[in-house]
Design a protein around this ligand. Structure first.
Ligand code: SF4
Length: 705
């Protein structure tokens, strides 16, 4: 770390990691970032977590891609254990940009022309800017000719978005997390903000200090560092049982807000009938909580004057993830806890631009701003904007695309900044699919696990090297600025996508992301009154924004919901078991997630020196009793086996976990948790069940001398 005096310039930008969207300043000397400081942004007020503060040096890692690469003839696709990402020339040869772009585009065009538009698919990235997301989905829709475009939202909050759009007409949060400071009560369910949204967690703790009651509902027993007023460790997968039982109490004891329900909702009578038999007594054994505890939580939530619900992937990453969120929405609507300060529904979004990438249309069933591709009138507006006919059939989602590759219907892909060879469930299946592709173009900053399957690798830009906007979990559109130049021959992602588009015959002539943002404004009503110049001046503007000189709305839907009737809708959720319940052969629950120090598939944070030093190797976390049952001491190796594969990694004690469960972070390629996970999908959000798989724990045999 240096100090401000030793830097020759400061550049204001946004953290590249989580959806909190902390504003920061890069302190730069001789075109290298010396250190990072938090800035007074609306979602961080100067604060940063360890990732934002110390995870800035990964772009300088010695394995950084600086020249385009083309696979050498005869080298098989796949993850060769002898391959070194820092020395890719064993498997690839360097190429000029013209050569690499020509090979990349020609391969895709040939497959489209031979097999039709449905033979191609693209994954964009929530790690790229809004403008890059916009261009990527536009290329797939207008160049490839299909809607087979998706990104990591499919793996995190697709079920939340599905339920929110269905029930309240909008997939974004109804209030920022700063509104927790105005709430009397905050429910945190299926989330671990201390690890995954650390600066948001500081607001929750601040609220608790001011008297807000925090109720933490979590199968892993997270307590928000002791700030929770009540911690309820319920049975993993029993969200619908718990939440419907709470609704039963609210209905039976008439704790609901009848005036709000009459004025703003529809379907309450059906909900009343639905939850009538789902009493705390009947659900107690299912969710592992005493009936009186369910009653207490329901009463606390309903009787609070202002209450908010925050949730994470513990809610969404289930085959019944959409049902889980439907229940949360019903709770908020029944109690009138939406649309006022200190109330609301807030799915804590994962990546720094997963909200923006979704808004910009990196979704197979929706055009930008969640306009359904099958609606001719909505589609016509984009056909006019882009001056080309668009496909009306919804595209396939992330996991469905992998299945379609193995079924032989998709044979070419363009992947920008995503790493499905680490992030998809049932990795052997996903990797087999990637190896099957006839032509794969990967655009990234490292030779990721996915890039090891590529025919062409295009060296792209890290966050601190690009100008562009991002949208955080609070709907705040924020300005990111390049702090350092691109290394070697690496290029900005928007430039690369444009070059591919031109080779598809598209007449794209963007010279700067600001021109892309201006086009987005023409197609996205959500960006009304938010211009590039305004973002340059103000740094952050929340959407929706009523005027170009007014602040955006922190809390929405006080008067009406953006549905056809203007009312929100109660949606019923039936109790479903996990797709793969534990049994005698696989008696332990495997659940996966993130760690504070590492980010998703680890491609960035494992190359950041401080973060890698803090958490250098793969761990499996277990309750002390579980470790004792296995006859292991902390740090000794454990093998975890599911119906899809096995991994071995070191053990670590987590006293919050219940017996019968093991938690594994999914960022370690040497023990990739997703080898184990279940690809079964939620039927609505098409999100895999990352949070629950049946597994078997065993002690690996000692290594041969
Ligand atoms: Fe970055 Fe999220 Fe940490 Fe803020 S809380 S510094 S956005 S990782």
């Amino acid at each position: 770390r240096g100090d401000s005096a030793s830097a020759d310039r400061q550049v204001d930008s946004v953290c590249p990691y989580c959806g909190v969207g902390c504003q920061l300043t890069y302190h730069v000397k001789d075109d290298r970032i010396l250190f990072v400081e938090g800035r007074n942004g609306p979602s961080n007020a100067g604060r940063l977590c360890v990732k934002g503060r110390f995870g800035f040096d990964y772009p300088n890692h010695h394995a950084r891609l600086t020249r385009p690469l083309i696979r050498r003839a005869g080298v098989a696709k796949g993850m060769d254990p002898d391959f070194d990402p820092a020395n890719p020339l064993t498997h690839f040869h360097e190429a000029s940009w013209d050569e690499a772009l020509d090979v990349a585009a020609k391969g895709l065009i040939a497959l489209r022309d031979t097999h039709g538009p449905d033979a191609l698919a693209g994954f964009g990235s929530a790690k790229c800017s809004n403008e890059e997301a916009w261009l990527f989905q536009k290329l797939v829709r207008t160049g490839f000719g299909s809607n087979h475009v998706d990104h990591c939202t499919r793996l995190c909050h697709a079920s939340s978005v599905a339920a929110l759009i269905e029930c309240i007409g909008s997939g974004a949060v109804t209030a920022s997390f700063m509104q927790a400071l105005e709430a009397d009560l905050v429910v945190l369910i299926g989330c671990n903000p201390e690890a995954n949204h650390p600066v948001a967690a500081t607001y929750f703790k601040q609220a608790a200090k001011r008297g807000t009651k925090i109720i933490s509902l979590n199968p892993r027993g997270q307590t928000l560092g002791g700030y929770a007023h009540r911690t309820v460790r319920f049975t993993l997968g029993a969200d619908v049982a718990l939440l419907n039982a709470m609704l039963n109490v609210i209905v039976a004891e008439r704790l609901y807000d009848a005036d709000y329900i009459a004025a703003h909702t529809e379907g309450f009578e059906a909900l009343k009938a639905h939850v009538a038999p789902i009493t705390p007594e009947t659900m107690s054994a299912v969710c592992g909580i005493a009936p009186d505890e369910i009653r207490d939580i329901a009463r606390l939530y309903a009787n609070a004057e202002r209450a908010m619900i925050f949730w994470g992937m513990g809610v969404s990453q289930h085959t019944h993830g959409t049902d889980n969120v439907r229940c949360l929405i019903s709770l908020a609507l029944a109690c009138g806890h939406v649309g006022k300060p200190g109330t609301g529904l807030h799915p804590l979004r994962g990546q720094n631009n997963v909200q923006g990438a979704s808004d910009a249309g990196l979704i197979p069933m929706m055009l930008p701003d969640y306009q359904r591709v099958g609606d001719a009138q909505l589609r016509a507006a984009f056909e006019e904007l882009w001056n080309t006919p668009l496909a009306d059939k919804p595209g396939l989602t992330v996991v469905e695309i992998m299945d379609a590759i193995l079924a032989g219907t998709i044979c070419g892909m363009y992947i920008m900044g995503e790493n499905p060879a680490m992030s998809d469930p049932d990795l052997d299946h996903a990797r087999a699919a990637l190896a099957t592709l006839e032509h794969l173009v990967v655009q990234d900053i490292f030779v990721t696990e996915t890039a090891q399957f590529a025919d062409v690798i295009l060296p792209a830009s890290a966050w601190s090297e690009k100008d562009g906007t991002v949208t955080n979990t609070n709907r705040q559109v924020q300005m990111g600025r390049a702090a350092v130049p691109l290394p070697g021959e690496a290029k900005a992602d928007w430039w690369i996508t444009q070059e591919i588009a031109r080779r598809f015959g598209l007449d794209w002539r963007y010279t700067h992301p600001r021109e892309v943002f201006a086009e987005m404004g023409q197609g996205m009503g959500s960006l009304a009154n938010i211009s590039w110049d305004r973002l340059e001046r103000e740094g952050s503007v929340t959407y929706p924004c009523p005027a170009d000189d007014a602040p955006g709305l922190d809390v929405v839907f006080g008067d009406r919901f953006p549905t056809a009737s203007g009312r929100a809708r109660f949606s019923l959720a039936a109790l479903l078991p996990p797709d793969e319940p534990v049994d005698d052969d696989y008696p332990t629950i495997l659940t996966t997630g993130r760690q504070l120090e590492h980010w998703h598939t680890g491609s960035m944070t494992r190359r950041a020196r401080v973060l890698d030093a803090l958490e250098p190797s793969a761990v499996a976390m277990l309750a002390p009793g579980e470790l004792q049952r296995l006859g292991l001491r902390e740090g000794e190796m454990l093998t975890i086996t599911t119906r899809r594969g096995h991994i071995s990694l070191a053990t670590r004690i987590d006293t919050a976990l219940p017996d019968g469960m093991v938690f594994v972070p999914f960022c370690y390629s040497e023990a990739a948790a997703n080898v184990l996970t279940n690809p079964a999908l939620d039927p609505f959000g098409k999100i895999p069940e990352f949070k629950y798989a049946a597994c078997r724990l065993s002690v690996p045999p000692p290594l041969a001398p």
